[in-house]
Design a protein around this ligand. Structure first.
Ligand code: PHE
Length: 468
């Protein structure tokens, strides 16, 4: 019975009037584009540095394998099974129940995340522009090496702390997103991802070749790859779990939304495995780029935290490197591409929601959801400037949203999602989606199902508990 229900909902073109991704490569590029973002490029090296280098890498890889892939399968199976937006998919799979609230929380979470994510994406745009014009390095030539760090630090604080300049770049980023999103699923999201993801890999490759040929690279690699097991603690493990959810875009409806565009022939297992493996590969490449560079330029490892790494430490390195301005341009292009494909996926969650729930056209839905962002993101941006005294629970607006969404909302949505898939979705939904209605053999199904039912909920509870 339930099998019939699912296979009919996953039949070709029964997509509720929506569009599907056109090619297999497009499915991978779009999903990978969502996953690879600021999370893998700058959050990962910082987390690895703070949590024992190789030990963290090992834990992260274990988390991706044991938890990341099964949870990704759970979420994509809801999306393709429901063939609707995050809220609609729950409604279709559990009509008359209140599970749709989990989808609504996902829409909320993704919306709050874009509000602040867009601001950082905007900084990237400004730094790219300043690399192109040379403004970023103006005056750096004559500066003694020892003073470089404070020069770039000062520059960053001045820029981020000002009101107008970061606002303008944030607005440009929102407009760029709108441009792509209005063009729709195939011509917008899929095409943009098909162009940007290969570019990202080429850039990563260039950077890693350069980093590996630096004198002192070995020392950096040793820090990154040699696991020191004494560094593994509960809180390090919880951070690795959090990083897994963040970097794979799990739990907040992004994958429900994107999977609703997967053709019924898409193999969810190989897609999830490919996307997870490539995302991990990007994170590893970033480690291979950052740690040898930091060691060979004798920089302070503790400087790798978030914004400092990208907007202070790396410009410092670029100013020292032969041809550094060109590398600087390439790096900010890389970051921009990574951020853009991620903001597109974060935005798409609420756009499809409006499109499906309120029966609006794509263009109107994009306008309805993206225009208020000009206000929300502006508040986040200004919270480094004029609004820095405005505090919510002792945090600035930006930091509050960051902490509240990543530490709370994201794990809570993910928890409800796995519980629903494992225990409450119509019997057979998960299996039928994984096997494409019984046409592909998934030998590990019992293991995956066990993880989704038992292991994932318990581990997510552990993340939540450590947040408290
Ligand atoms: N996965 C993307 C990143 O790592 C975007 C994202 C962030 C998705 C946070 C969900 C939650 O940057």
């Amino acid at each position: 019975m339930s099998k019939n229900k699912i296979s009919s909902s996953s039949a070709p073109n029964v997509s509720g009037g929506g569009t599907l991704f056109r090619t297999k490569a497009g499915v991978i590029a779009a999903t990978l584009g969502s996953a690879v973002g600021l999370g893998s490029i700058w959050r990962f090296p910082a987390e690895a540095q703070a949590n024992g280098g190789g030990a963290f890498l090992l834990l992260y890889m274990a988390c991706v394998l044991v938890l990341g892939i099964p949870v990704m399968l759970a979420e994509t199976s809801l999306g393709r099974g429901g063939r609707a937006d995050a809220v609609g998919s729950y409604m279709k799979l559990a009509p008359g129940h209140h599970w749709w609230i989990a989808g609504a929380l996902g829409v909320l979470a993704s919306y709050l995340i874009i509000s602040f994510y867009m601001v950082v994406a905007g900084w990237t745009l400004q730094y790219l522009w300043d690399s192109i014009t040379g403004a970023l390095y103006a005056g750096a030539d004559g500066t003694p090496v020892l003073a470089l760090e404070s020069t770039f630090h000062h520059r960053m604080e001045q820029y981020i702390g000002s009101d107008i300049a970061p606002l303008i770049s944030t607005f440009i980023m929102i407009a760029l997103n709108m441009g792509v999103l209005m063009m729709g699923v195939q011509k917008g999201i899929e095409r943009a991802s098909n162009i940007m993801m290969p570019l990202l890999f080429v850039l990563l490759l260039l950077f890693s070749i350069y980093a590996l040929t630096l004198p002192g690279a070995a020392e950096g690699l040793e820090f990154f790859f040699r696991p020191d097991f004494s560094k593994i603690t509960w809180s390090v493990a919880a951070n690795a779990l959090g990083q897994t959810f963040f970097s794979l875009s799990l739990g907040i409806g992004i994958l429900i939304t994107y999977a609703s565009y997967y053709p019924s022939s898409t193999n969810l297992v190989s897609t999830s495995a490919t996307v997870s493996a490539l995302t991990t590969f990007v994170a590893v490449m970033m480690g291979v780029i950052i740690f040898p560079t930091v060691f060979s330029f004798n920089l302070d490892l503790s400087q790798l935290r978030g914004t400092t790494l990208v907007f202070v430490t790396l410009p410092e390195v670029f100013s020292q490197m032969p041809g550094g301005r060109w590398w600087s341009i390439l790096f900010f292009v890389l970051l921009l591409v990574a951020a853009l494909t991620s903001t597109i996926s974060l935005s798409e969650v609420s756009i499809l929601f409006v499109q499906k729930r309120f029966h609006k056209s794509r263009v109107v839905s994009t306008l309805i959801m993206m225009c208020p962002l000009f206000v929300f993101s502006a508040l986040c941006s200004l919270s480094f400037g004029s609004l820095s005294d405005l505090k919510l629970f002792g945090l600035t607006i930006f930091n509050f949203l960051d902490t509240f969404t990543t530490n709370w909302l994201l794990p809570i949505c993910a928890l409800v999602m796995v519980i629903f898939t494992g225990w409450f979705a119509p019997r057979g939904t998960f299996r039928s989606q994984l096997t494409n209605g019984g046409t592909i053999a998934v030998r590990l199904y019992p293991v995956v199902s066990f993880i989704v039912r038992w292991v994932a909920p318990l581990l997510i509870l552990v993340i939540l508990a450590t947040s408290i």
